[in-house]
Design a binder for this molecule. Structure first.
Ligand SMILES: Cc1cc2nc3c(=O)[nH]c(=O)nc-3n(C[C@H](O)[C@H](O)[C@H](O)COP(=O)(O)OP(=O)(O)OC[C@H]3O[C@@H](n4cnc5c(N)ncnc54)[C@H](O)[C@@H]3O)c2cc1C
Length: 388
């Protein structure tokens, strides 16, 4: 089954996504089960993906990147997640840091960090969440206090993708607790500087290639020019950027679901029970038809939101719809694919158990399903009301 975003791409973009799909098939898929068993992030495979320019996509040409549009990243996310969503998410998070720092007014960020991130020599992460604050981002407590030498940062971050390996963390902190979201600022934190302490990566139910973990800042001094967004701006920038992330998580879910369906169909077309192929039993055939039906709906919502983001439109509602739907159907429909294969669906070699665990991770990253309800609920009247 070809990727659903391919029709959107130019010939050059398609060539890049073909390379990504071949890498997913030949390198990620055969090794993903071992990474899971070893509970580790595959640094060597992330470097190999970067060598194919897959960590550079949106980095503008004047910063040494290819300057691809958002739709290319979306297609990459889908293709890579067919093999392993944890790997896709890790790769795209380093890419996001490269693309963000490429726009920094500070020459040191662009020249010292962006080339290494694009080549996979170093890795990046974005840190909003903390052990005590996830959905309620405005409640973060990691503090930043202005000093004569720069800013002194103290606090703890948790549930950060790539925390196991990242060198550079785009980190959100509170400068004035009384100001709530208006007090939040954003800094570049370099794990190689004094005052940074990495925690052990989490042991999860699955999806270890994502490298989720945490870190502590203990009197970490950030130079003034490592302030990426000042109080008042940082929160709004984070909220704007999260729409793109929500839609690529939906694309990752579409990739996993397409892969699960393909596997179940291949199995059902060859195995026989009661003298017929499994797929010739109407009950089972209909159940996989329901999977295909939800997959098409997920693809449609994802594509509509992706186009809006590419056009620079207001994608808040479209992104929330795509991510909410992904959260609602992916886990259940992957479970249906496993069911359709009988006990064989549980075998590690098919990768469906890994998809199942990653579908659950996807229901939290970049906003939980409940937070999508909040977003959609807040826009109901304006979007669907009598005066809309
Ligand atoms: C694998 C993985 C990778 C991640 N990577 C990153 C990363 O790179 N950077 C980063 O900053 N964060 C990351 N996160 C954190 C993610 O953004 C949070 O998990 C998410 O925001 C939810 O926060 P929480 O887990 O603390 O749940 P909580 O906020 O504690 O919520 C617990 C439950 O209550 C629900 N809930 C909360 N408030 C309400 C409400 N008002 N109404 C109804 N229900 C509510 C939530 O939806 C959730 O189901 C990652 C998470 C995972 C699982």
């Amino acid at each position: 089954m070809a990727g659903f975003l391919r029709d959107e791409l130019t010939a050059d973009e398609t060539a890049l996504i073909d390379r990504a799909a071949a890498f997913a098939r030949d390198t990620v898929k055969p090794n993903a089960a071992a990474w899971e068993r070893e509970r580790r992030q595959p640094v060597e495979a992330l470097r190999a993906a970067a060598a194919l320019d897959l960590a550079a996509l949106e980095v503008p040409k004047d910063a040494g990147g290819p300057g691809h549009r958002y739709m290319v990243k979306l297609a990459l996310c889908e293709e890579m997640s067919r093999a392993d969503m944890g790997f896709a998410f890790s790769l795209v998070n380093t890419h996001n840091v490269a693309a963000r720092l490429a726009l920094s007014p500070t020459a040191r960020h662009r020249e010292a960090h962006v080339p290494g991130l694009m080549k996979g020599e170093i890795f990046g992460a974005t840190a909003l969440s903390e052990p005590g604050a996830g959905s309620d981002f405005s409640a973060i407590r990691t503090s930043a206090v202005k000093t004569a030498e720069g800013w002194r940062l103290n606090g703890e971050k948790g549930w950060i993708t790539n925390a196991a390996i990242a060198d550079l963390f785009i980190t959100y902190v509170q400068t004035d607790p009384a100001a709530g979201w208006r007090g939040i600022a954003c800094f570049l934190v370099d794990a190689r500087r004094p005052g940074f302490r990495r925690a052990e990566p989490y042991a999860l139910s699955g999806g270890h290639a994502i490298g989720a973990g945490g870190f502590a800042l203990e009197n970490y001094i950030a130079p003034d020019d490592d302030l990426l967004a000042p109080p008042g701006e940082a929160f709004k920038l984070a909220m704007k950027g999260v729409n793109g992330a929500r839609v690529y998580v939906a694309a990752m879910c579409a990739g996993m679901l397409a892969s699960a369906l393909e596997t179940a169909l291949a199995y059902g077309a060859s195995r026989e029970t009661f003298g017929r192929k499994l797929l010739d039993h109407q009950g089972l055939n209909w159940s996989l038809g329901d999977v295909a039906n939800d997959l098409e709906a997920l693809r449609g919502l994802t594509l509509a939101a992706g186009r809006l983001i590419d056009e620079g439109g207001d994608a808040v509602m479209a992104a929330a719809h795509a991510k909410k739907f992904a959260g609602r159907v992916t886990l259940a429909r992957i479970a249906d694919c496993i069911q359709a294969m009988g006990a064989a669906g549980l075998r590690e070699e098919h990768g469906l158990g890994r998809h199942l665990a990653c579908a659950k991770l996807a229901a939290y990253t970049d906003g939980s399903t409940e937070m999508m309800n909040e977003r959609i609920g807040a826009g109901l009247l304006k979007t669907y009301g009598p005066l809309s």
